[in-house]
Design a protein around this ligand. Structure first.
Ligand code: 2GW
Ligand code: MN
Length: 297
């Protein structure tokens, strides 16, 4: 990074003050108002970060749900994860599915494991969504707590395209939704009805976070899923479904429990969206899906 400072920042060379060039990015904000990093390409040194985290011999858990026809996304998800996701780290994938026989066999590199956990199928998104939180919790209690240090919970209808490494690790990690990072908060699709436990008033909110990724220490994610599930069910009991289901509950939770690290939309893009100039690299993206093909009804 000193090399970069010398090359890219003339002022630093003259003054010798490396304090003033920790980031090469001046076009994006790379820290939140509560001083959590916002991770963009160019704000970290990948070699340095790897050298810090690799000797810790960490194990990373990744949970992914593939219920019904969504099993078709597993092959690409897992193949591309092996190429780009936490490469060189111990990895434990937990694949939750009602179709265990349709889970593809994937060549895993050393130190990486995959377990298939059978769960009931369902046609109702509300049920899958609520159960996802519940299953993550019980699996943390039963095994993940003992088997991993950090956890990522990801949507399966996605692919990795470039490095997603330990720069993403933190106590509680969320990602800025690619559809809303250029918008002001009055445009965020938070749940706006006070009757919902996911309610966020118009004058509050930091970012609009994407529901396709949540990560952090196993215990912090455990608490998050527990709280979100309880609220989700409380709403259901009152016949309320938040605007974007668990994504709404996630956003509400993160407003009052600030993430310790925020990932830029590089870590959650959408294939239908053209790359913008701030996004130098797309690391992970949601694939375009034919809803009629994959969704139950
Ligand atoms: C069933 C009915 C309607 C919609 C989805 C499903 C369904 C979801 C399914 O039949 N099988 C299944 O495995 N899933 C899992 O739930 C799968 O892991 C999938 O990636 C995840 C979320 O569903 P998905 O990817 O269709 O929703 P998106 O891409 O529109 O996701 C965003 O919004 C959701 C809330 O509406 C969630 O917050 C999600 O995390 C967000 O990315
Ligand atoms: Mn998705």
């Amino acid at each position: 990074s000193l090399f970069l400072c010398l090359v890219l920042n003339q002022d630093t060379t003259q003054s010798g003050r490396t304090l003033f060039c920790s980031s090469r990015r001046t076009d994006v904000v790379s820290v939140t108002p509560w001083l959590a990093p916002i991770v963009w390409e160019g704000t970290f040194d990948p070699v340095l970060v790897d050298n810090i985290y690799k000797p810790m011999n960490l194990t990373i858990a990744t949970t992914v749900f593939a219920i019904g026809k969504y099993v078709r996304f597993l092959q690409d998800f897992l193949d591309t994860a092996e190429k780009h996701f936490m490469v060189g780290f111990n990895m434990r994938y937990y694949v939750f599915t009602d179709r265990p026989h349709d889970v593809p066999s994937v060549n895993l590199t050393r130190g990486r494991h995959l377990s298939v956990i059978q769960v009931p199928g369902s046609n109702r998104w509300q049920e899958i969504s609520a159960r996802r939180m519940e299953i993550i919790q019980t699996t943390i209690e039963r095994q993940i707590r003992r088997e991993a240090d950090y956890i990522f919970c990801l949507d399966v209808d996605s692919k990795f395209h470039a490095r997603w490494g330990p720069e993403s690790l933190g106590r509680l990690v969320a990602v800025i939704h690619p559809g809303y990072y250029e918008q002001t908060r009055d445009r965020f699709p938070y749940e706006r009805r006070p009757a919902s436990t996911a309610y966020i008033p118009m004058d509050e909110g930091d970012y609009y976070y994407g529901g396709a990724m949540i990560g952090g220490f196993v215990e912090d994610v455990y608490t998050l899923t527990k709280v979100c599930q309880t609220r989700f069910e409380e709403d259901a009991g009152n016949s309320i479904e938040a605007a974007w289901q668990e994504e709404s509950h996630l956003n509400r939770y993160l407003l009052y429990n600030k993430p310790s690290k925020v990932l830029s939309p590089e870590y959650l893009w959408q294939d239908f969206k053209a790359k913008t100039k701030e996004v130098k690299v797309i690391r992970f993206s949601g694939v375009i899906k034919n809803y009629a093909d994959v969704r139950p009804n």
